[in-house]
Ligand binder design. Structure first.
Ligand code: ADP
Length: 586
């Protein structure tokens, strides 16, 4: 977020009232969504309503002690983010103030109010390598050079979207700070490594396309049954202790995104501290470098009031779009969108707006969909392909999915991973409920899996889904009359379903091998269980009692495929043994 320059400051106003994060001012010359500085301390806020002479502001910092009569200044500009090298490996608060810089300034982990710091380091020198030469024509969005931002990420310096473009008249390699000109165009435009962008406005792209590639997560239940596309949207409701944090860590580590933007609009308190402490410790399993080298964390700090939850969501998505423009696949995780919705509810009630369902404002659905709509698979302005996938955690109170935030989110997102407290209690991890979860991307992603994994990817998945469905139905009968009352073929189906749950759906995030499962291995495990199924039913038809089939020594080894490094050989071997042991029975 940029500091307001003296000359951009407009007419001063005066505080009329303060109600938590909502402040009204009189006599302020401002427009909707302008950034304003409130009170003697200059707390940052944003104009959310103008009625006659009264301007209503949501303030992104604690307002205690601020009172009527204190000054309010408008910057005349909307909330923007600073974009440029240095965002990877950064930890920001909700208004893009780097936490480490602020901590240094304040000499404490608790941010003081009214402290401003630019979102990117203005002094640091970066090694700029041009990719165009004098005489080349460049248009808005084109890449003019690169900067090694971190060990993992090459930052592409682009002609800003609001530039006209033209012929390059000067460009040189060398060390530059983000404010120094790295290229000049014949129309006088000077390109630096620094861009600013208003957070509430999506960055332009040439075309939004139908996503056709999966964001492979290495988690069997996700890739196998409920895949998300690159550029797709997913919601993951996470009741406490159901594995929300572990799942998000797994996605951040393993999803085949180039960049991770993690937005934590958590509770006041320690939810976010955990993330801030955990992430810098994590290694990127693909490169061995720190995960932070391709990650940007945006975290609401403990003294940021509710209004900042909104700004951190928008800051995050704008940063994600900026890296998308470079042609990267970006995964944005927002944790938790429920907290953001609660902030909307609080602000709305202070504004005395007409409440909608459960007190949430009527525009809840519109805001949520505006946010998720910024996800997508795009042809960027410069003709590259880039994507922003958005995975939003939802924390429904009491795990009740019928509440408004979950319901409105479900109407928007195309993938739903329902974490389930009961499964977690039974230590079935990841505790994603396969009966409630879904992905609307399945069909459009199947061709990718067919081409890159196996021809019958979709048929195998359907087989697994059918068995699990049947198990679900049979369970009701089992609860009434017990398993032994079922006919033998149904008992066998239950046995197969058990292996599907234990060997296929369960996956141990903490096992060095099982933590990541390639789509090939995911398919391999499924077909191993399917092969067991086919041989077992043959044996049953030949008159072998179901107990004997269940008791063969090889079958339980299905549950060990996940932890095998050399899984292909293991599966071959296992299939042969299962067949042999079953055929011995008849
Ligand atoms: P939440 O964030 O929803 O409160 P956590 O992500 O902290 O829950 O998960 C709670 C516990 O569940 C973890 O400490 C871990 O023991 C277990 N767990 C969750 N997911 C997995 C997984 N995929 N593999 C193994 N254990 C898991």
């Amino acid at each position: 977020m940029s500091q307001a320059t003296q000359d951009s400051v407009r007419e001063d106003g005066v505080i009329a009232s303060v109600s938590g994060p909502v402040v009204t001012a009189r006599g302020l010359d401002a427009r909707m969504n302008d950034v304003v500085y409130v009170g003697d301390e200059g707390l940052m806020g944003e104009v959310i309503e103008i009625e006659g002479d009264i301007t209503t502001i949501q303030v992104y910092e604690e307002t205690s002690g601020v009172g009527p009569g204190e000054p309010v200044e408008s910057t005349g500009e909307p909330l923007t983010v600073d974009l440029g090298p240095g965002m990877m490996d950064a930890i920001y608060d909700g208004v893009q103030r780097p936490l480490d810089v602020l901590e240094e300034k304040m000499n404490s982990a608790f941010l003081d109010r009214g402290v401003d710091a630019p979102g990117i380091d203005l002094e640091k020198k970066w090694e700029f390598e041009p990719t165009v030469s004098v005489g080349d024509e460049v248009a808005s969005g084109d890449v003019v050079g690169t900067v090694p931002e971190t060990v993992t990420i090459e930052h592409k310096v682009m002609v800003p979207p609001d530039f006209e473009g033209g012929e390059v008249v000067a460009i040189e390699d060398g060390e530059f700070s983000v404010t120094e000109t790295v290229a000049e165009l014949d129309n006088g435009e000077e390109i630096t490594m620094h861009q600013e962008w208003p957070v509430r406005q999506a960055r332009p792209a040439a075309e939004k396309k139908t996503p056709r590639e999966p964001l492979v997560s290495g988690q069997r239940i996700l890739d196998g049954l409920f895949p998300i596309a690159k550029g797709g949207t997913a919601a993951i409701p996470g009741p406490f202790g159901s594995g929300k944090t572990v799942t998000q860590h797994q996605l951040a580590k393993w999803a085949d995104a180039d960049i991770v933007v993690y937005v934590g609009c958590g509770e006041r308190g320690n939810e976010m501290t955990e993330v801030i402490e955990d992430f810098p410790e994590l290694d990127d399993p693909k490169t061995g470098n720190p995960l932070m080298a391709r990650t940007c964390l945006i975290a609401n700090t403990s003294n940021m009031p509710v209004a900042a939850r909104e700004s951190c969501i928008y800051t995050g998505i704008t940063i994600a779009e900026y890296y998308r423009d470079m042609g990267y696949d970006v995964a944005l995780m927002a944790d938790s969108t429920s907290r953001w919705a609660e902030a909307m509810r609080e602000i709305s009630s202070r504004l005395e707006e007409m409440p909608g369902e459960e007190g949430y404002p009527a525009y809840l659905a519109a805001r949520l969909s505006e946010f998720y709509e910024r996800a997508g698979y795009f042809t960027t302005v410069n003709g590259e392909e880039g994507s922003v996938s958005v995975i939003g955690a939802v924390s429904p109170p009491g795990g009740d999915f019928s509440e408004p935030v979950t319901q409105n989110t479900l109407r928007i997102v195309k993938t739903f991973w329902a974490l389930d407290a009961d499964l977690a209690e039974r230590r079935h991890f990841p505790a994603i409920n396969w009966n409630e979860s879904y992905s609307l991307y399945q069909e459009q992603l199947d061709p990718w899996f067919v081409e890159n994994v196996e021809d019958d990817w979709a048929e195998e998945r359907q087989w697994a889904v059918d068995v699990l469905d049947e198990e679900n139905e049979l369970q009701e009968i089992v609860q009434l009359v017990g398993k032994d009352a079922l006919p033998e073929d149904q008992q066998l189906t239950l046995e197969i379903a058990r292996y599907l749950r234990e060997a296929y759906l369960q996956q141990n995030a903490f096992h060095p091998t099982d933590t990541y499962c390639s789509p090939e291995k995911t398919y391999g495990i499924l077909t191993a269980i399917h092969a067991f199924n086919d041989e077992a039913f043959k044996a049953l038809e030949a008159g072998v009692p179901v107990e004997e089939i269940q008791a063969i020594e090889a079958a339980p080894r299905l549950n060990r495929i996940g932890v095998q490094e050399d899984w292909e050989a293991y599966i071959e071997d296992l299939k042969a043994e299962i067949t042999e042991q079953l055929r011995e029975l008849y």
